[in-house]
Design a protein. Sequence first.
Length: 168
Amino acid sequence: MNLKTKIPNFEIRFATEKDTKLILKFIKELAVYENLLSEVVATEEVLYNSLFVKKQAEVIIGEYNGEPVGFALFFHNFSTFLGKANLYLEDLYVQPQMRGLGLGKSLFSALARIAIERNCGRLDWWCLDWNEPSIKFYKKMGAIPMDEWTVYRVENEALEKLSKELDE
């Protein structure tokens, strides 16, 4: 997909292997914005393997005047209630100097098109509670918060311990 958008000089394309370094750069820029840079342990090698060898996720890149200015990383999850796959957006990022031009909305529109073309039931993502600008943006697009759900996570030592429960 190489998608011209309604925004002059803005195109969206699927990432290729040569974009691995750029994807990591965008991930780190997003982590700085979210005050989570210390949690980024991804490397170019890990991303390359995950995205282009194992194909565990996909990335679209937004380019303005031919220069990369944002990305969205997504993958399929599955709804048992719908009986079909959905798109799950892990991260969407537009560089600060490019915000307010509609580029983020165009990236969301591209994701919606991918979801429709793949017969997905919905597009899901998380947002940090403190991120009011993004929350307002999402609601303006018609997104609804899933306030009645709580996200849970098992990681690190707890994940390791849980995995060994079968052995005991």
